[in-house]
Write a protein that binds this ligand. Structure first.
Ligand SMILES: Nc1ncnc2c1ncn2[C@@H]1O[C@H](COP(=O)(O)OP(=O)(O)OP(=O)(O)O)[C@@H](O)[C@H]1O
Ligand SMILES: [Mg+2]
Length: 326
């Protein structure tokens, strides 16, 4: 890992309109002013409850959906302004692996066609196509026998391997892993995660790793960002986040973690999240977590806490820490 950012996200917002019969009734503030950087070769974890905006962050960064506002830089280039060849270059270098291995592969294409389709689209020189695809299949733990089979003939784990082979064919640098294993059995899930880690070591990939499962995010990530209702509430190196979670929401997530770690249990903060997450359509004023926070103060109901550096490399958006500067 280097200290050079490959991705910079600045004040990213994505609001989805909620349509009424005659006019727009409001907006789902799925991503609401999010900023972070990912270093080259790093795995940056993004964790939070279902619906907090993780996938929307990923899709907006990759320009699969249009941002409401904000900027994203990839290798110094302004992603939302890319056109023509530069946009094609970005589409190759930045890839995404989706959660659902059943819908991400075209059921009417063979494995060979699935992998070669984007290769032809991007006019990538590969020598003998069959040898090229077999090489990729072997990298992901499959083989020549699988070349001319169709997606329905494979298990969920094998489909994710095929999806990964197709990504590798693009020679990417940055890969979003959006819950890549949450639909798989535990044993398969560990194999895929280990394969992703090995590939990162060998090829220097940068990952944005998305999951609602903190234990998995910890296993994969160098640093972790915790999201709550469209906002990042804390960013920290993985070990620091687990040793001393700062934000009450992070503390609550960790308290709910079912890991039998005696040392951790001793220090486990006694916090439970109360109530359901409020709606991202009309998020509460002030800190969005305040209706569920055991420490909520007057200011938390009135003013939104900014994401502030409290120690080198540690950022938190919570009024409890505003006096603690890094
Ligand atoms: N195309 C869309 N139109 C309208 N609302 C959307 C759209 N996509 C997402 N949303 C809303 O935006 C919010 C964030 O959704 P998103 O899928 O990013 O969450 P997530 O953190 O990835 O959740 P999960 O863990 O369930 O995958 C949710 O309230 C969701 O309903
Ligand atoms: Mg998602």
């Amino acid at each position: 890992m280097t200290q050079q950012p490959i991705i910079k996200v600045q004040n990213l917002k994505k609001y989805f309109p909620v349509k009424g019969i005659f006019f727009t009734k409001g907006y789902v503030k799925a991503v609401d002013d999010v900023s972070f950087e990912i270093m080259r070769g790093e795995t940056f974890g993004l964790v939070g409850e279902s619906g907090c905006g993780k996938t929307t962050v990923a899709r907006t960064i990759l320009r699969l959906i249009k941002a409401t506002s904000g900027r994203v830089f990839f290798e110094g280039k302004d992603v939302f302004k890319l056109k023509g060849d530069e946009l094609l270059w970005f589409r190759r270098k930045a890839q995404i692996m989706f959660q659902d291995p059943y819908s991400s592969l075209n059921p009417r294409m063979t494995v060979f066609e699935i992998i070669m389709e984007p290769v032809r689209f991007h006019k990538i020189e590969v020598g003998d196509p069959e040898d090229f695809v077999v090489g990729l299949l072997e990298t992901v733990g499959m083989n020549r026998d699988h070349l001319y089979r169709f997606p329905h003939e494979f298990s969920g784990g094998q489909r994710q391997r095929i999806a990964l082979a197709r990504i590798l064919a693009m020679k990417p640098e940055f890969i979003v892993l959006d819950e890549p294993t949450s639909a798989l059995d535990v044993s398969v899930h560990a194999q895929i995660l280990n394969m992703l880690r090995d590939l990162q070591r060998e090829r220097g990939f940068t990952y944005l790793f998305i999951s609602h499962d903190l234990a998995v995010v910890k296993y994969m990530s160098h640093r972790i960002a915790v999201m709550y209702l469209g906002k990042i509430v804390e960013i920290a190196p993985s070990d620091k986040l687990f040793e001393e979670p700062l934000h009450p929401y992070t503390q609550a997530l960790l308290a709910a973690l079912p890991i039998p770690d005696p040392e951790y249990t001793r220090k486990k903060p006694k916090i439970e999240i109360r109530g359901e997450p409020p709606s991202p359509i009309n998020p509460p004023p002030g800190c969005r977590f305040h209706p569920r926070c055991p420490h909520a103060m007057k200011i938390c109901k009135e003013k939104e806490p900014p994401l502030t550096q409290v120690e080198p490399g540690r950022f938190v958006a919570c009024w409890l820490y505003t006096g603690r500067k890094g």
